[in-house]
Design a protein around this ligand. Structure first.
Ligand SMILES: [Zn+2]
Length: 237
């Protein structure tokens, strides 16, 4: 059986002499593993289709449970992400989060579009902000919404130092204080990237790094998966 899917490469693993096993996130079929034969040979026609973050239309042949790539037409290679180590790891975080949140064969069109849009935004914009915005949306889509609008206890606006409960994704004010302390800059960066009203004057240079640490810890708790690219990316910021 032949399958045609629009897909993003989440992960690749070498196998055999010249082959790769791809983990694809497809718009139409969710997560699929597919073999890409001969793609490690110099000059292989499908070499581009077995690179991280490649977004292409793949034609797969399915025999039993095994899929093999037979052709691919490039939609967007996101080349800018491979020329900058920071952008590369930010993009790897997007793919890692998708991988952690997706179960095989479950279609998730919204997450797919968020991922592709995040990679596009990273190519010519602020990669850290694009990643933070993507993580917030991906959490919400997966039922792990972060409550950034106000204190989960009393409803007060989150002003000054706040608290974050990693178990349920809720923020609270200094009086209600549920969970671990979170700096003002972290809260303001998260609000900014979530598209909520925020106070630019409270954002410090390390705000994005702190926001990413919080999101990484939250995602680890919720998915019980460590997305390793986060540590690499955070170390570069
Ligand atoms: Zn409160």
């Amino acid at each position: 059986m032949e399958l045609k899917v629009d897909a993003l490469v989440l992960r690749t693993a070498d196998y055999g002499e010249n082959d790769k096993m791809l983990t694809l996130f497809s718009l139409q079929q969710g997560k699929i593993s597919a073999a890409a034969k001969g793609v490690r040979k110099a000059g292989a026609k499908l070499r581009f289709a077995a690179q991280p973050f490649c977004f292409a239309e793949y034609v797969l042949v399915k025999r039993g449970e095994r899929c093999t790539v037979i052709s691919a037409a490039n939609t967007d290679g996101f080349y800018a992400l491979r020329e900058d180590i920071g952008k590369f790891y930010a993009a790897a975080c997007v793919c890692g989060v998708c991988d952690a949140l997706l179960y095989d064969g479950i279609v998730n069109e919204a997450l797919f579009l968020y991922a592709v849009n995040a990679l596009r935004a990273m190519c010519d914009g602020d990669a850290a902000e694009a990643l933070i915005a993507f993580c917030i949306r991906a959490c919400e889509l997966s039922g792990y919404r972060l409550s950034l609008r106000g204190c989960a206890g009393c409803g007060a606006e989150l002003d000054g130092r706040a608290f974050f409960d990693v178990a349920d994704g809720s923020f609270s004010c200094a009086e209600c204080a549920k969970g671990a302390g979170v700096s003002e800059t972290t809260v303001q960066v998260l609000k900014k990237c979530a598209g909520e009203p925020y106070r630019a004057e409270y954002i410090l240079p390390d705000g994005k790094k702190r926001a990413l640490k919080l999101l990484h810890a939250y995602l680890c708790t919720k998915t019980e998966t460590e997305v390793r690219a986060f540590s690499e990316y955070i170390a570069l910021l």
